[in-house]
Design a protein. Structure first.
Length: 267
C-alpha cells in the first residue's frame, strides 16, 4: 500500500476515532448545498426505480450514519440519510478504506436496523466481480482517489445499464479555494477537487458523462446566516445560480459542488 493510501487511512481513522466526525463543525457550510443534495437524491431515486431489487454500492461510505441529505419531500425539514436509504428496496453494500469508519458504520447499522453489508476495502481495487452493481454512488469520495485507478474500476464494477452517481467538490471557486488554503488540517494532502479538465478523463471510461453544477453565488447567503433572512436570501441566490449556469455555461466550472452521473461504461 502506498504512502497516499496510508495517509488517507490514518486521517480518517483519526477523524472518526471517537465514534463521531471531527469535521461536524463544517456542517453549517453545507446548508447552502441543499439544492445539490436534493438533486442528488432525485437522481438516486430515478436510477433505483429502473430495477426491481437493485444492487447498490456506497463507494467510500465513511460512518454514514449521523448525517442528513437534503430535505424530506414537500417539506423544509432535513432528512436523515438512512431514512432516505430505507425507503428503497435494494441490496446495499458500503466500502471504506478506514477500518474505524467501517466499525462505526456497522455499529450504527445495527442500532437503526438497516440491512447492509459494510467492508473495509480499497475503492481503487475492490474484490467484487465485473458488472456487480446497478448503482455505484458516493458523496465526496472520488476527489480523494486516483482517477487513473478508480475510473477503470468503476467502469468494471457497474453493469452496462447502470449508473455511477457522485456528489463532489469542484476546484475553481475562488472563495472555496481560499477556504481550503486556510484550513489545511481539515483535509488530506492528497485531495484534488475536480477540475473541468478532469471530465476528459471520465469520458475515457464512460460514454455518457452528465454533470450539474451548484453553489456559485449562494455563498453570499452566509452574510445572513444568523438572521431570519437566511432562507429567503439562500433561495434568491439559488435562483440566481440557476440562471447564471443556464445562460452562461462557462461559469459551471466555478460552482463549488457538482453532481456527476457516469453511464455506459467502456469495458
Amino acid at each position: 500500500m502506498n504512502r497516499n493510501k496510508n495517509t488517507e487511512i490514518n486521517f480518517h481513522n483519526e477523524r472518526y476515532k471517537d465514534g463521531d466526525d471531527t469535521r461536524k463543525g463544517f456542517e453549517k457550510f453545507y446548508t447552502i448545498t441543499i439544492n445539490a443534495q436534493n438533486y442528488f437524491k432525485d437522481q438516486f431515486t430515478k436510477i433505483i426505480k429502473k430495477n426491481k431489487y437493485p444492487k447498490v454500492l456506497d463507494y467510500g461510505c465513511g460512518i454514514d450514519a449521523h448525517g442528513f441529505l437534503g430535505t424530506i419531500k414537500n417539506t423544509n425539514h432535513p432528512e436523515n440519510i438512512f431514512d432516505f436509504y430505507k425507503k428503497h428496496k435494494m441490496k446495499f453494500y458500503g466500502i471504506d478504506i478506514s477500518p474505524e469508519a467501517i466499525r462505526i458504520a456497522k455499529k450504527n447499522q445495527k442500532k437503526i436496523k438497516f440491512n447492509a453489508t459494510y467492508e473495509v476495502m480499497d475503492a481503487e481495487k475492490t474484490k467484487y466481480k465485473n458488472n456487480s452493481f446497478d448503482l455505484i454512488f458516493g458523496k465526496g469520495i472520488i476527489h480523494h482517489l486516483s482517477f487513473n485507478n478508480c475510473l477503470p474500476e468503476l467502469a468494471r464494477l457497474i453493469n452496462k445499464e447502470g449508473s455511477c452517481l457522485f456528489f463532489e467538490p469542484l476546484h475553481h471557486h475562488p472563495i472555496i479555494r481560499l477556504g481550503r488554503f486556510f484550513t489545511p488540517t481539515k483535509r488530506t494532502v492528497d485531495e484534488h477537487p475536480i477540475k473541468s479538465s478532469d471530465l476528459i478523463k471520465f469520458k475515457k471510461y464512460f460514454t455518457e458523462v452528465n454533470y450539474k453544477s451548484f453553489c456559485l453565488t449562494n455563498l453570499a447567503a452566509f452574510i445572513f446566516y444568523r438572521t431570519p433572512l437566511f432562507k429567503t436570501m439562500l433561495n434568491f441566490f439559488n435562483m440566481l445560480d440557476n440562471y447564471l449556469f443556464k445562460n452562461f455555461p462557462f461559469l459551471r466550472k466555478y460552482g463549488w459542488i457538482v453532481v456527476l452521473e457516469l453511464k455506459k461504461p467502456i469495458k
